[in-house]
Design a protein around this ligand. Structure first.
Ligand code: ADP
Length: 487
């Protein structure tokens, strides 16, 4: 099969979250399974710099665009995946992140991702002079939402699949933006891109893609309810027979404590002495007391409400009175960052805090902490809890989305059955979080069950292989359905 994989992030070229992990690993796994995959993303300056060289494959002109558009070809570092970068310097070549800077989103994000979508349509329709037409175009999140909508206007188009990595981000813009983008008029309709008087990029995917997926079975069910659907639950219920959940995989080439180059000591379930050294290194890094017997709680992630970061902040004084240290890495909403700065100033010997984005430190926290806190209000899949399992850092998670699909709560029965891998919180409250951490610490103080839990956790296998096969089966089905409809 020929697959065009369309994404706004792919590790190690550009990553702000889980989408970057998926974009960086699923295409390589599919290539390993014998599929012809092309990965396409915008030529952000950092993506071009990290490509280890590229060639100019083609030039494109898009009606109405003043930018000079080129298609650069290279290979995704660490893989054999061919990458096409859509080089449109006025849109993508600027200092800052893929969506904006710390002071906010780029004001022209609609224009940027509309141009990206239009360029992708030219690739998908084999009009870019590359002599390659995909059988299926796999789009991801709102930044690629216009691709299925624009492809639906074409005859002889490839099949389309749209994956929702996070329904909370929809690419909503005012009506004037729709006009300015000069999109086909017929798309301004409540059964197309219009969402309560606004332009919704994500609806382009949700309405027009032949099939929809999201990144865990539980989230696939949750987004069909009002509590998680943001008003899109009606549409998602209407398309329920086209919607399924496929759990993200972890890239164990990058996240494996037995060979991770970013941690000071390697370890495995058979020999955890390296884990103790990583704990000491993490405590040392943050100037915390280097004590093996003090429970160390790790936190990594975007500091936004979704992640329950406010619940962690509210629980912190109680977690500290329960005897814990905390190692926290993240960035996000300024008031949450400030809240943690204040907590770190109040408990300097108990809290290690780094506000920012730091991959080596993320690996050290995964390797050195005893428990990993992820009390998300919703979590489409979540990757950090999966990495935590592999590093024997028992995850404390809420019962939602991919967290519910990957972590098994510890209790008498699951311990006995050998299935327990972490601790599950029901309510989204700081009290419930504190109570669950206290429950976990009860086990921490008993070496035997604790060792068993670590062993169970480290034995979990969430590698891409089974998920990539699920995607392949779905690609085949989608292509068949599409060709029988258009045939
Ligand atoms: P989301 O995609 O919602 O942000 P995930 O758990 O799916 O959450 O993925 C987050 C990814 O981003 C993980 O690989 C995590 O290690 C990484 N990450 C998040 N914040 C940071 C940070 N401040 N520094 C380093 N890595 C981070």
């Amino acid at each position: 099969m020929k697959i065009l994989f369309v994404t706004s992030e792919a590790h190690p070229l550009v990553k702000t979250g889980g989408l970057g992990d998926v974009g960086g690993s699923l295409p390589g796994t599919l290539t390993g399974l014998g599929q012809a995959v092309r990965l396409v993303l915008p030529a952000y300056h950092q993506a071009v710099a990290r490509l280890n060289g590229h060639t100019l494959r083609a030039r494109l002109s898009l009606p109405g665009s003043e930018d000079e558009i080129a298609i650069l070809e290279g290979t995704l570092p660490g893989s054999e995946v061919t990458v096409w970068l859509i080089d449109a310097p006025l849109h993508f070549n600027r200092a800052g992140g893929p969506y904006g800077t710390s002071s906010g989103d780029w004001p022209d994000n609609a224009e940027r991702f509309a141009l990206f979508a239009r360029a992708v349509v030219e690739l998908a329709m084999d009009r870019a002079g590359l002599d390659w037409q995909p059988d299926l175009v796999h789009c991801n999140d709102w930044q690629t939402g216009l691709v299925p909508a624009l492809l639906a206007q074409e005859e002889q188009r490839p099949a389309t699949l749209f994956t929702i990595h996070n329904l909370a981000y929809q690419g909503l813009f005012p009506w004037e933006t729709f006009e300015r983008l000069a999109l086909p008029r017929t798309l301004w309709h409540m059964e197309a891109l219009e969402f309560h008087g606004q332009l919704s990029f994500i609806k382009g995917g949700l309405v027009f893609a032949d099939r929809l997926t999201t990144v865990s079975p539980t989230y696939a069910r949750e987004i069909r309810t009002a509590a998680f659907g943001y008003g899109l639950e009606g549409l998602l219920n209407h398309r329920a027979d086209r919607l399924s959940g496929i759990l993200n995989g972890a890239d164990y080439e990058i996240w494996d404590p037995a060979r991770d180059p970013l941690i000071p000591a390697h370890f495995s379930a058979a020999d955890l002495s390296g884990k103790a050294r990583n704990k000491a290194a993490l405590q040392h890094h943050f100037g915390l007391a280097e004590r093996g017997d003090v429970p160390l709680l790790g936190v990594i992630g975007r500091m936004v409400e979704q992640k329950g970061i406010d619940l962690i902040a509210a629980a912190t004084p109680n977690l500290i009175s329960a005897g814990a240290q905390l190692a926290i890495l993240g960035s996000g909403l300024p008031h949450f960052e400030q809240l943690f700065r204040e907590l770190a100033a109040r408990y300097p010997h108990r809290i290690g805090l780094h506000i920012g984005y730091d991959e080596p430190l993320a690996h050290l926290i995964e390797a050195g902490a005893d428990l990993f806190l992820m009390p998300s209000r919703f979590e489409p899949c979540g990757l950090n809890q999966i990495y935590s399992l592999r590093y024997g850092t028992l995850p404390v998670v809420r019962h939602t989305g991919g967290l519910a699909d990957t972590v098994v709560d510890t209790g008498t029965a699951t311990l006995k059955a050998g299935t327990a891998t972490g601790f599950v919180i029901e309510a989204a409250s700081s009290e419930a979080l504190t109570a669950t951490v206290r429950r976990a610490l009860g086990y921490y103080r008993q070496p035997k069950p604790w060792q068993q839990l670590i062993g169970n956790a480290m034995a979990q296998d969430f590698s891409w292989h089974s998920s990539a096969r699920d995607y392949l089966a779905l690609y085949r089905l989608t292509i068949e359905e599409h060709s029988s409809l258009s045939g």
